[in-house]
Ligand binder design. Structure first.
Ligand SMILES: CC(C)(COP(=O)(O)OP(=O)(O)OC[C@H]1O[C@@H](n2cnc3c(N)ncnc32)[C@H](O)[C@@H]1OP(=O)(O)O)[C@@H](O)C(=O)NCCC(=O)NCCS
Length: 169
């Protein structure tokens, strides 16, 4: 297993992994129309190519053999009001392919994410997690994140409550 920064060559494989993992995670618990709308907005080769090229975004990929099995993206964008460190960096996306859950991939990726976030000068990392995503919440708690507040995440047409979690780096 190798963890590395994405390059423009990875856009198509990342778009495919990102769409699949998002669908696998949220399809069973959400309206298909909202899912279709969100997938069309968020994922596609051009969209992921733009993200990889964006200097405000760091994209980390996990390869196993010739396949991408996980990815994470850090983003310097806005900081929610409930996060007291105005210089906090966002862990924007963090997804492991379902067949690799529970095998330590997520822990290794989180260690690399922390390293990249510190390299970018951050002392705090924040993220939004759907209040009903129990597995992710348990994982982030194990990683030392705590609840700072909440915010609304627009999933298609459905405004959902995301918990805002923070951790020191
Ligand atoms: C979130 C994610 C990265 C965590 O990686 P992982 O390999 O599954 O994590 P782990 O198995 O180490 O930890 C998950 C914990 O949740 C527990 N868990 C599993 N299902 C659960 C559930 N339904 N409710 C509560 N806890 C649950 C596991 O037992 C484990 O805790 P333990 O180690 O104390 O037993 C991975 O599950 C994933 O990619 N999920 C889909 C994408 C996603 O939700 N991303 C986060 C978006 S904010």
């Amino acid at each position: 297993m190798t963890i590395r920064l994405a390059t423009d060559q990875d856009a198509a494989a990342l778009a495919d992994l990102a769409r699949r993992t998002f669908h696998d995670t949220f399809a069973a618990t959400n309206n298909p129309g909202d899912m279709a709308l969100y997938l069309a907005q968020a994922y596609g080769v051009e969209q992921q190519a733009r993200e990889i090229a964006d200097p405000r975004v760091t994209t980390l990929l996990v390869d196993e053999g010739s396949s991408l099995i996980a990815y994470a993206q850090l983003r310097n964008d806005h900081v929610p009001a409930c996060v007291t460190d105005a210089g906090a960096i966002e862990l924007w996306r963090f997804y492991v392919d379902a067949e690799w859950h529970g095998q330590g991939v997520a822990q290794r990726l989180m260690a690399s994410v922390r390293g990249e976030a510190k390299r970018r000068g951050a002392q705090t990392m924040w993220l939004g997690v759907w209040e009903r995503n129990e597995r992710a919440r348990a994982f982030y708690q194990k990683c030392g994140f705590t609840v700072a507040g909440d915010h609304i995440f627009l999933f298609g047409t459905d405004p959902q409550t995301d918990l805002v979690l923070v951790t020191s780096l």
